[in-house]
Design a protein around this ligand. Structure first.
Ligand code: CA
Length: 230
């Protein structure tokens, strides 16, 4: 059973979403403010967060980034205006999807199921995944990477970093998140180590390392994988 947290200060909207989720067999948690949500997320295990952009204490964007610094659970953003959708998308703040109010609660449930399917680790990468018409291939059984069919020599950390990013194409990862996932939670060195790894990977796999096709920089924050196809 998956647990979904609903972060929304408008009681009516929150209750509608909660009741649909319960009806659909989800476990639920709720929060009316950004700080309550962050507090609750520190103490409980949540599979997905529905996050309203307009909260009384914090901007939904800030909450989104704060969640991203903690871990990589998927986030479905709610916004009141269609114009905000550009903001959500443009800022690459780490939301996995977004919906504009008013919405049909069934649509919320459908989106959640789609996100959870997409982010279910067990089905993320095939044994051998191919990107950009076969230019880049990742063989997760052999733990090898190929460019145009030629094996590429990546260090274990470089491989892990590339795999982490490639599992979630277009998903924005912060440096802290990548440090946790690749170097481990007990890593105490400079988080810029991630930048060096990215630089090395780019020189090994990118046709033009200065204009990367695969690992794109999210300015001021982190990285995302932009290869296409699987
Ligand atoms: Ca609100």
């Amino acid at each position: 059973m998956k647990t979904v947290m609903v972060v929304e200060d408008e009681v009516k909207i929150r209750d509608v979403i909660l009741s649909y989720l319960k009806k659909e067999g989800f476990k639920t948690l709720e929060a009316a403010t950004g700080s309550d949500a962050l507090e609750a997320l520190r103490n409980s295990s949540v599979d997905l967060v529905i996050l309203d952009l307009m909260l009384p204490d914090m901007d939904g964007e800030q909450v989104c980034l704060a969640i991203r610094r903690m871990n990589s659970m998927p986030i479905l953003m709610l916004s009141a205006r269609a114009s905000d959708n550009h903001r959500i998308k443009g800022l690459s703040i780490g939301a996995d999807d977004y919906l504009t109010k008013p919405f049909d609660p069934r649509e919320v449930v459908a989106r959640i199921r789609a996100i959870l399917r997409r982010t279910d680790d067990s089905q993320l990468l095939a044994d051998r995944s191919s990107f950009n018409q076969g230019h880049l291939e990742i063989d997760s059984l052999k733990q090898m990477v190929f460019c145009h069919g030629e094996p590429i020599n990546l260090t274990p950390n470089e491989y892990k970093l590339l795999l982490t990013l490639a599992k979630y194409p277009q998903r924005h990862f912060t440096r802290n998140e990548l440090v946790d996932k690749v170097l481990g939670y007990d890593y105490e060195g400079d988080i810029r180590a991630i930048d060096q790894h990215v630089k090395n990977i780019r020189y090994k796999i990118e046709p033009d390392p200065k204009n990367p096709l695969y690992i794109r920089t999210v300015y001021g924050s982190g990285y995302r994988f932009a290869g296409s196809g699987r």
